[in-house]
Design a protein around this ligand. Structure first.
Ligand code: GLY
Ligand code: MN
Length: 462
């Protein structure tokens, strides 16, 4: 946990952004795997962590704007609990650790909310994403669960997005720690990647690394010799010499700040000329994107520049053809890079995605495009100092997409399908770094994981 002044200050700033009512931020509960007493690794809600800091289940935070009071509802442990869990601080002590003066048992949340609602106080919540929290909220207010969504407050979402988007120095320190763990994960993957090894032999080891730092993975590890499937979570293949292994993996620190990096490496430790030709295009897109990212520049423009770089590179190889700008505007590059350049990152690996991608990544000035090739971009706004984003261009040969587009002769003025067929079975390349926008540009968080052909081959063969 950060020191309590951090949480006091965050709640104070949040209060200043909202006019009136009551802000409800429920924490998460344990989620059973196969029976109630056997739960998945606990993950606290990120908004609760941000404003109330406590990383344990069954807590509810309330900020009463009209009466300027803050509450944490939760239960003191019983003697029986202590026998199983050991001694635990009281709710009063826990609340004081994050500067909240009032605490009360969880059975009182319902009464508290109903009274507030009956008095005409507006209740602001963030969007729900766990069924248990929807059911609890509906029970507290005596409403049907389908009505819970009516309490989601755009005013609150905007305030939270505004605050969480700009990372403070102590948050950046945590993000750097997450990056260091991510570095270890990726270098481990490079050293373990050999023909004959199973993908799961490596992915299993990677998952354990953040645990040794009292953290966890920030999302399920993607590690595959079929990188053409963007989020491939199957780890059952035996690695084959001559293919590429794509690893997209990151860590959460013990405080739940994330990293998310991708590297693509040659199984066998040496890139073929053909692999290098695609790899270096993606690397150039990554570098150009980073060089271009500075305060005031829309990330949509950075995405566009990365896509332009992919098109130019593929044109040099004869895979794409025609006018680059025309191909770009039509979205012909989506055949090879169907996803966005990146997303915000922080306490969530896709930061605040649950609050609504467009409310986080777009605004009145920059709206989300509906054109395939741009529509996948989760964050298009002008970047500001303190923003943390991923920079993850890619180039993939996706058999089903190639078949589909070729059958429709889609963008045949820009795509040489005969040449594309020569890359059948190539897989995919993605190269992802995490970047922090600074006052005059941006920088990569943590030490950059080996990325040039030479650096990767050297690391793999050390
Ligand atoms: N690293 C997975 C993703 O960004 O979606
Ligand atoms: Mn990512």
């Amino acid at each position: 946990m950060f020191k309590k002044e951090v949480y006091i200050d965050r709640r104070k700033r949040l209060k200043e952004k909202l006019s009136n009512g009551l802000i409800l931020i429920p924490g998460n509960s344990e989620t059973p795997m196969n029976y109630p007493g056997n739960a998945y690794l606990f993950r606290q809600d990120s908004a609760f962590l941000y404003y109330f800091g406590l990383d344990m289940p069954d807590l509810t935070g309330i900020i009463d704007l009209d009466n300027d009071k803050e509450y944490i509802f939760g239960d003191d442990v019983s003697l029986d609990d202590i026998i199983w869990m050991g001694p635990q601080p009281s709710m009063k002590e826990l609340s004081q650790e994050v500067g909240v003066e009032n605490s009360a048992p969880s059975k009182e949340v319902g009464d508290f909310l109903r009274k507030a609602s009956n008095k005409g106080q507006k209740i602001h919540t963030l969007p729900f994403y766990r069924a248990e929290n929807v059911i609890a909220f509906a029970d507290w207010l005596g409403i049907h669960h389908s009505q819970a969504q009516e309490y989601v407050s755009e005013e609150l979402i905007h305030a939270v997005v505004e605050m969480r988007s700009i990372k403070d120095s102590y948050e950046i320190e945590e993000l750097e720690k997450a990056a260091a763990i991510g570095y270890e994960m990726h270098v481990t993957a490079m050293k373990m990647c050999r023909p004959g090894v199973y993908e799961r032999d490596i992915s299993g080891v990677l998952e354990g690394i953040p645990r040794t730092y009292d953290g966890m993975i920030s999302f399920p590890v993607i590690l595959t010799q079929h990188g053409e499937t963007l989020h491939n979570h199957y780890h059952g293949n035996k690695l084959e010499e001559g293919k590429l292994m794509l690893t997209d993996a990151g860590a959460e620190t013990s405080m739940h700040y994330a990293s998310d990096m991708t590297r693509t490496i040659p199984i066998g430790g040496k890139f073929t000329e053909r692999q290098k030709s695609i790899y270096n295009i993606v690397l150039e897109a990554n570098n150009r994107a980073r060089e271009m990212t500075k305060p005031g520049v829309p990330y949509l423009d950075v995405h566009t520049e990365a896509a332009r770089t992919i098109i130019s590179g593929l044109k040099d190889l004869g895979i794409m053809k025609g006018d680059v700008e025309e191909a770009l505007n039509k979205g012909a590059h989506a055949m090879f890079m169907p996803h966005g350049l990146g997303h915000p990152m922080g306490l969530d690996v896709h930061d605040m995605e649950g609050l609504g991608e467009n409310l986080v990544g777009y605004d009145n000035e920059i709206k989300r495009s509906s054109i395939f090739g741009f529509s996948g971009l989760r964050f298009g706004k002008r970047v500001q100092p303190g923003h943390v984003l991923t920079n993850e261009p890619g180039c993939y040969f996706i058999p089903e997409l190639i078949d589909n587009w070729e059958s429709e002769k889609k963008f045949s003025e820009h795509i040489d399908y005969k040449k594309v067929r020569e890359f059948q079975g190539f897989g995919g390349v993605r190269l992802e770094d995490d970047i922090l926008v600074t006052n005059d540009g941006c920088r990569i968080l943590g030490k950059r994981i080996p990325i040039t052909v030479e650096e990767v081959e050297k690391t793999m063969n050390e």
